[in-house]
Ligand binder design. Structure first.
Ligand code: PEP
Length: 249
């Protein structure tokens, strides 16, 4: 269960969130819980989450491992030393507004793995692509030009997030069946390219406390990547508990 805070919350707000959220999810033991705040919040988040079941991640990283002349960028080893364990790569907002390509997604994934970070690699179609019946074609292209170029041992370490762009931040969640169909297709790509569909696939797009159960009831959906609803400690705790069989909320 991963929370993507996008460009929200200051270090002080991060501490306040985690003061409430960490005790609220202390009983969740059978899934990974990850919060990905803005870079400047990482020290506060890592400190607050130390020795808890909440891990911290970045929202992006540069593809170069070595220090260099890349003003405004952050490398994998910087994230790692700051205490991040995970990193989101290829979020649709980065693809749309910052010209992220499948090739850059691939390069960033390799850099993340080299730094010892666990990548959450995002794929997903735009509304016009879904409406014109191109969803599978887009997912296949994103998979082939990005993820499929990884070595099998690299692929084994990533998590994929299926995030239909039309569902992100719109309140228009994909139905559990639509999400499961896309997950099945992506898993099929994994079987085709790597001979194994053993990869965790998260769904992302307007996940809320009131739709999480229906989504998690789908066998194909292994977890969720949550934007808006991860900003509130109660909402995100409810979402985390929905995937946990070890506790009730
Ligand atoms: C996201 O940012 O990855 C996301 C899915 O956002 P939201 O949950 O707000 O749709």
């Amino acid at each position: 269960m991963a929370g993507n805070w996008k460009m929200c919350k200051t270090p002080g707000e991060t501490r306040s969130f985690l003061e409430k959220f960490i005790p609220a999810v202390a009983g969740v033991s059978d899934c990974d819980i990850v919060i990905c705040p803005p870079f400047v919040d990482l020290p506060a988040a890592v400190e607050a989450a130390r020795n808890t079941n909440v891990a911290i991640g970045g929202q992006n990283l540069h593809w170069e491992s070595k220090d260099g002349a890349f003003t405004g960028e952050i490398s994998g080893r910087m994230l790692k030393e700051a205490g991040a364990q995970w990193v989101i790569i290829g979020h649709s907002e980065r693809r749309q507004y910052f010209h992220e390509t499948d090739e850059l997604v691939y390069k960033r994934t390799v850099a993340a793995l080299a730094a010892g970070l666990k990548p959450i690699v995002c794929v997903g179609e735009m509304l016009k692509e879904r409406e014109s019946g191109q969803t599978h074609w887009v997912l296949e292209r994103q998979f082939n030009h990005g993820i499929a170029k990884l070595a099998p041992e690299q692929f084994a370490q990533i998590v994929i997030a299926y995030e239909p762009v039309w569902a992100i931040g719109t309140g228009r969640t994909a139905t559990p069946d639509i999400a499961a169909d896309a997950h099945r297709f992506i898993r099929g790509q994994a079987v085709e390219k790597f001979g194994s569909g053993d990869v965790r696939i998260l769904y992302g797009g307007s996940v809320k406390p009131d739709n999480i159960k229906g989504l998690m009831a789908q066998e194909e959906i292994d977890g969720v990547l949550v934007g808006g609803a991860s900003l509130d400690p109660d909402s995100f705790a409810t979402i985390c508990f929905a995937s946990s069989s070890s506790a009730s909320h």
